[in-house]
Design a protein around this ligand. Sequence first.
Ligand code: C2E
Ligand code: CA
Ligand code: CA
Length: 707
Amino acid sequence: MDLKSLSIKTKLISITFLVVAVCATCITFLTLYQHQLLYKENLSRNLDALSSNLSDELFPHLALNEPELINIATTIMKLDRYQHIKYGVVVTSEYKLLAQYLNPKFTVSEADLAQTDWRKMINGDIFPARSELLQSKAIGGDEYKIGTLVLVADVDEQLALDNTAMINQLFPLVLLITVILFVLSHWMQSGFINPLLKLSELVSRVSETKNYQLKYRVDGEDEVARLGNNINNMLQTIDKQDIENKRHTTKLLKQQQSLKHLANYDQLTGLPNRKFFAELLKQSLLQAKRSNLTIAVMFLDLDDFKTVNDSLGHHAGDALLKLVCERIQSHLREQDILARLGGDEFTVILADLPSEVTAVAIAERILKSFEKYFYIQEWEIQSGLSIGIAFNEEHKLDAQALISNADVAMYRAKESGRGQYAVFEETMQNVQHRHMLIANELAKAIQHNEFKLFYQPKVSPTHGVVGLEALIRWESQFDGWISPAEFIPVAEHCGKVHDITRWVIKQGFADLEYIKQTLGLNLVTSFNVSAIDITKKAFIDYIQQAIKTNSNDTSLIEFEVTETSYIENFEASSDFFKAMHELGCSIALDDFGTGYSSLSYLTQVKANTLKIDQQFISKIFTSEDDRLIVESIISLAKKLNLKICAEGVETKQQYDFIAAHECELIQGYYFSKPVPLDELKVTVDMINHSHRFCECEQSVVHFAKKR
Ligand code: C2E
Ligand code: CA
Ligand code: CA
């Protein structure tokens, strides 16, 4: 049995029991021992008295010359009244046995007595047995000793009897005391231990139930009561701490949940974000594969969100995004999942489609709904949307590939005009692959010096060639000549366009000096810059540096910025324009009419020239609308005191029309394609010689009117 496993109560009861038992036993033995000593002393005294009496009686019978043996024997026989006397003998002064008494109760024989050396016995040279008490008495006293009376009494039997009697008397008493002591100690211990037990029970209950509001009922002021008090205080502290901890845990859990929400959902619209969308799509793809159901991803992109953001502010932009996602959602089915990838890009998982037609129908419904206005504050906003749809045919694609296909289709939709949808086809993928290839190769192109600058003349109907446009050319190692119309948008998309622009500026500004000094041509040369370029603050320094390096005449430098670029980055564009004006350079708004045609901007923007996009020029004789656009752009520019440059003029007919409308600059294949620097002089001279330019503007007007 393991002592440690016993309860304190059991231990204390056991110890008490042991102590009481040991004490009782000790007392009993001590009493018995004391009794034995007293008994022996008493016996010895009795024996002494008896032997004195008997020896006195024996004396007359022994004092005679001839001892009266009969009388002696008779006298000694009186000993039979004493049960505890084993035997008694009378020996002469010569220690010869004269008479004897033998108590038949004992086993002493006459022979034993006959063999005993009484001299030694009386003189104390031989000891009697332990259980015997010997008393010898000189008959006639020590002076007239005529013999000796020896009495031997038995101690054991009488003592045993006495002890038994005594134990019989003592036992109930000892038992009573033991029981009283035991009960008393048990009662006292219970008094001490029960509170402890209650405390222990309380602690166990607290640890089981975690209810720290349980209390110990304190009774008294002893140590246990104090312990109880302390435990109560401790429980109170733990309870407070527990409440605090629970509050903290709840807070942490809430934080965890909101972090999870933050990680998975878009804060503005509450829609799943890009990461979570990818996870959801993975699950949907697995499910679709298992149940062999058609699944599609729809990629939606707002056409002119940036305009809203820039012109009406971020709050309006945010409000528009919320309304947009509500409108899209309202045309989706219950099982479709709408997510916001970021910015103005949304995606939808169209799961469980009965057929591909359903996806197209949903896209059409959404696009139709976007014809209606969005109302934000006091504004009526019409926002275009482009949608790309990609199906996971034969369940071959993973989530990423499907999103990427829908993205490619969306770009195709955007290319074909605003508010369109396109379904992904493999051929689009080829375009995507080529774009990726171009993006990779562009990085090497600058290092390998694969770019060249060509110049296209800008012709004044009255003064001949007055300007140039620098246009980049790329003779790539992997696919020969690649058009800037193809690689510039890719470079813009993959963030490489700024390096290209810097190369153009570096090379072009050096060429300007050559054109002026060596070729002797005093022509305003324009350089195309992208939206990204004008947002870079360091670009202005770069231009300044290049001007300094080449000692350029800044009045001969112009920058062409597309209408879209400047509207999308209105503030940055204004800063850029201002800086360029301060340097003495001029600004042309390129591709005017193709973008937002936000005429209200025109009054704010500090441009020098408007370039009418070639798509209008090419159709002035086929489309009444385009002709009207051209005419109104020209008249507007005149009102705003802006110069006009018509680009893409290919025919004499187009030239005549444009010239008749008093366009200051005309650019196009009608005069010349862009040419390399070494052909520029010849080209310019040829244009100037082959066309007779009239110095008189009136005659041009007249000529136009005649037509
Ligand atoms: P863009 O700025 O509108 O340039 C005019 C484009 O029209 C040039 O095409 C030019 O060769 C072409 N063009 C000129 N006259 C005619 C014509 O009569 N008929 C036809 N069909 N086309 C004509 P290019 O050189 O292929 O450039 C395409 C576009 O690439 C440019 O359009 C411009 O946006 C961009 N680009 C060209 N060079 C640069 C550059 O150095 N930097 C940047 N950022 N973009 C450039
Ligand atoms: Ca241009
Ligand atoms: Ca242009």
